[in-house]
Design a protein. Structure first.
Ligand code: ADP
Length: 610
């Protein structure tokens, strides 16, 4: 036994060192793999960044060349390819767009045309000096027939008819005037004047005017446009902005002269490119979204995209559009998922983790195994010393009494008799102990043979209690027996069963130092019979109640109380009961006592009243 224990102890001592080394190796491997993966990730990150930089450079170079090409196209602006509006300005007053787009007002509209000398003198005299409006109208009628005076004549007729209260006639005159193309001496087109007047006269005419203004029917100065537009509501912002853009461009061109060229992004996101030529300025305004057309990523860009400068988080490369002589910045970013370590690395990491798990799991299993072995070795060693003790003390007493009797040193007959009774009782006890040990050995090696007899378990219990009562009485104990008055047939080994019951009785007495009564009860319930042995002794800790039926195991309360024992009794009881097809139950609480109950199945024939 000792060499085994010392071997186990030495294994136990070197085990932590071994496990520490293994765990250290596993941790090191995991750490190493982790570092390698980190390195991989950084490398991939760096590569992605370099690629983004490269793509951004290429894209901007391409943007520049597209813009350059568009500018080159401005030399023949009428054939421009990108979807935009070409603005053509010419001195002194020309402003046109391709494709044609109305201009609400133009930078330099055509000036007024003076009236033919003296043509209106007669009519003016009648109107202003004589206040004879009807005659004035008549004087004007012939002028309506002449092309160069028609528009002005109609205007005056309409004015006079209104004064005369002839709305219809005024309306007709104005209406006729709206078809005129002539411009009045102060630069206002007659048709516009007529429309304005009609607008006053009729709401429909007003709408007509608005439409004409919006359609850019006449080249107008801004003030003229605003005047005729009126103040009730704003003209469409976009149209105003466009006209303003054209006017601004014209002003800048006039100041800068032939060297005037450039590009810029407008507040509405559109792009304006312009270039002055000796006699005219060509410009193109491309609506917002022009960058999508101009900025083409190289074919190998794959997952790379661009977007205007943003506050979005993540990895991107930012580029200023200053390189393309424009304001603003754009970002290049990748839509690919973040860099993942290669499958090889993941496998390696997983392997390292599994190894770590195995080492930890193995260490735990080894620790449990070695602990269990050590515990069993300890229990066996306790058992050997307990058995020796069980033999040594009675043998010493037996030897003493036997010597006294043999040498005839006890004269008193009654004391002699006590000596003989003692001899008989102790040798009986030793014999039972030896039989128990032999039986235990047989059970352990599987050689124990059980007889299969039909027995009355209540009868056997009664007999076992009767036999034990005498012995118990000598120790000052009383056995209270409550058995049902009937037979309870079971199939079992009589001798083994009697020994099991006796074992429980001996324990009840042994572990009940204060209460001198033990109780035995027997009940038949359906197809089962239950024999319980109860005491009010030291009890068994709840945590030990499952273990207590294993061989060599002894309760802590018994050890504390200094009550000797071998720890094989309950293990034998359980084996016997299970061999009979039954089970043993335990209810116990420390310092409150214990109840052991043997539950056995009744034999087929069932119980009968005695
Ligand atoms: P032992 O020779 O030690 O009595 P057993 O196998 O009969 O061996 O009992 C195992 C342990 O169970 C005992 O050491 C004791 O701790 C506990 N035990 C058994 N019966 C009782 C009881 N009636 N009351 C309290 N403890 C008991």
């Amino acid at each position: 036994m000792r060499p085994l224990i010392s071997r186990l102890l030495s294994v136990r001592r070197s085990l932590p060192l071994f496990l520490t080394v293994m765990a250290g190796l596993a941790v090191w491997q995991v750490w190493l793999t982790w570092r390698l993966m980190e390195q991989d990730r950084n490398l991939a990150e760096q590569r992605a960044r370099e690629r983004l930089e490269q793509v951004a450079d290429l894209a901007l170079a391409q943007l520049n060349s597209t813009l350059g090409a568009w500018e080159l196209n401005l030399r023949e602006p009428e054939t421009l390819t990108p979807a935009g509006t070409v603005i053509l300005l010419s001195l002194p007053s020309g402003a046109a767009t391709v494709p044609a787009r109305p201009l609400l007002f133009v930078p330099a509209p055509p000036g007024g045309v003076p009236l033919p000398d003296g043509a209106f003198d007669a009519a003016e005299r009648l109107e202003f000096r004589q206040q004879n409006y009807a005659a004035a109208v008549e004087a004007l009628r012939p002028l309506v027939e002449r092309a160069e005076t028609r528009a002005e004549a109609l205007l005056r007729i309409a004015r006079l008819e209104r004064r005369l209260g002839h709305a219809d006639a005024a309306f007709a005159a104005y209406d006729r005037m709206t078809g005129e193309t002539a411009v009045s001496p102060d630069g206002a087109p007659y048709a516009l004047i007529a429309e304005g007047a009609l607008c006053e006269m009729a709401a429909q005419a007003c709408a007509q005017l608005r439409a004409a203004l919006l359609a850019g029917r006449w080249p107008l100065r801004r003030e003229t446009f605003e005047y005729y537009w009126g103040t009730k509501d704003e003209p469409p912002k976009e149209a105003v902005a466009f006209a303003e853009r054209v006017s601004r461009l014209f002003e800048q061109w006039r100041q800068a002269g032939a060297s005037f060229s450039g590009r810029r992004t407008e507040p509405d996101g559109s792009l304006l490119l312009w270039q002055a030529m000796p006699s005219r300025l060509a410009a193109i305004s491309i609506p917002a979204g022009w960058l999508d057309v101009a900025l083409k990523l190289p074919a190998n860009a794959g997952d790379i995209r661009w977007r205007p400068e943003s506050t979005a988080a993540g990895r991107y490369v930012r580029r200023s559009l200053a390189e393309a002589q424009l304001a603003g910045r754009i970002e290049f970013y990748s839509v690919a998922r973040s860099m993942n370590p290669g499958p090889g690395r993941v496998l390696w990491l997983a392997g390292a983790a599994v190894m770590l798990l195995l080492v930890v799991g193995g260490a735990y299993a080894m620790h449990r195994g070695v602990s269990r072995e050590l515990r069993l070795a300890q229990l066996q060693s306790d058992f050997v010393s307990a058995v020796s003790h069980e033999f040594r003390s009675p043998l010493t007493s037996l030897r003493g009494i036997a010597e006294l009797l043999a040498n005839d040193r006890i004269a008193d007959e009654s004391r002699k008799r006590q000596g003989y009774v003692f001899l008989e009782r102790e040798t009986g006890r030793l014999q039972r102990l030896v039989e128990d040990l032999l039986d235990f050995g047989r059970m352990e090696s599987g050689r124990k043979q059980y007889h299969d007899e039909l027995l009355d378990v209540l009868g056997i219990t009664r007999a076992a209690v009767a036999e034990f009562r005498e012995e118990a009485a000598q120790a000052g104990f009383e056995v209270d027996l409550q058995l049902e008055d009937r037979t309870a047939p079971i199939r079992a080994d009589q001798e083994a069963l009697r020994r099991a019951i006796r074992n429980l009785l001996e324990n009840a007495v042994k572990y009940s130092p204060d209460c001198r009564t033990v109780w035995v009860e027997g009940h038949v319930n359906h197809s089962r019979v239950a024999i319980s042995v109860r005491d009010r002794g030291i009890g068994i800790d709840a945590r030990e109640q499952r273990e207590i039926f294993r061989k060599f195991v002894r309760g802590s309360a018994a050890k504390r109380a200094g009550i000797k024992g071998t720890g094989i009794g309950l293990s034998m009881v359980r084996q016997i009961v299970e061999a009979c097809g039954g089970e043993i139950r335990l209810e116990s609480a420390e310092n409150a006592g214990s109840t052991f109950t043997i539950v056995l199945p009744l034999a087929e024939s069932g119980g009968t009243k005695a």
